[in-house]
Ligand binder design. Structure first.
Ligand code: AMP
Length: 213
């Protein structure tokens, strides 16, 4: 049995064509079904539907042999117990520092609101800049507008969310896309089945990249 942990929404939608090319077709749609374990056309492959941020934990503990999640999530998790064999090239965006166009001169440390605490800490540590990090769980764009923080660190795709809130992208931290992760023990114990699926998904990514968008 192979269980693939994947989140609903954009990652699921963009993952489906790759899985189909690799021969795996789910029998249900998580946007309309309330099932958390989806059967596929292959009796021994299931999809486990969970929050993107939980995917590394499920795979790390072997509750799913494989998973699909954003590099942003993996950078926060640290990747313990996981292999990351494949960049799926989907759900692309950038992790960025953003803030008001005209920032006031500060006589204290910058205060940064983010849910990406580890990535933010590493980024500013590498710059040698001391900052104060405020952990939030969503709607980071609000924080500079109400004086909670001077800047935010968040994912940016089109930039529309920043623009709508009078913020501009300031510094690029990392390019983000969804990655395939594999439980390290499953890679050994179920090597034939896991590597066959990883290889098939690798070919699917290459084929899709060669097609016009
Ligand atoms: P945008 O307005 O297109 O720049 O998108 C920014 C909003 O969408 C932010 O709230 C991000 O957290 C979220 N977002 C953008 N791209 C992704 C992605 N690949 N995965 C998850 N969230 C994303």
């Amino acid at each position: 049995m192979l269980r693939i942990a994947v989140s609903k929404g954009r990652i699921f939608r963009e993952c489906i064509p790759l899985l189909a090319r690799a021969g795996v077709v789910p029998r249900d749609d998580p946007d309309t079904s309330r099932k958390l374990i989806l059967d596929t056309n292959q009796a021994d492959v299931k999809l486990v539907i969970i929050r993107a941020a939980d995917v590394p934990t499920y795979v790390q503990y072997g509750a799913a042999e494989l998973g699909v999640t954003g590099k942003d999530v993996l950078m926060e998790h640290g990747g313990e117990g996981l292999y990351e064999p494949l960049d799926l090239g989907i759900a692309r965006c950038r992790l960025m520092v953003a803030g008001p166009r005209r920032a006031a001169r500060l006589h204290r440390r910058l205060r940064i609101a983010t849910k990406y605490v580890q990535s933010t800490r590493r980024y500013y540590a590498a710059l040698g800049q001391q900052v104060e990090i405020v952990k939030l769980y969503g709607s980071m764009e609000l924080a500079p507008l109400v004086g909670l923080a001077d800047r935010i660190v968040d994912l940016v795709d089109t930039g529309n969310t920043l623009r709508a809130n009078g913020l501009v992208p300031l510094e690029h931290i990392a390019d983000i896309s969804s990655r395939l992760v594999v439980n390290k023990a499953a890679m050994k114990m179920k090597h034939a089945a896991v590597s066959a699926l990883v290889d098939a998904l690798g070919r699917a990514v290459e084929e899709q990249a060669q097609e016009p968008a």
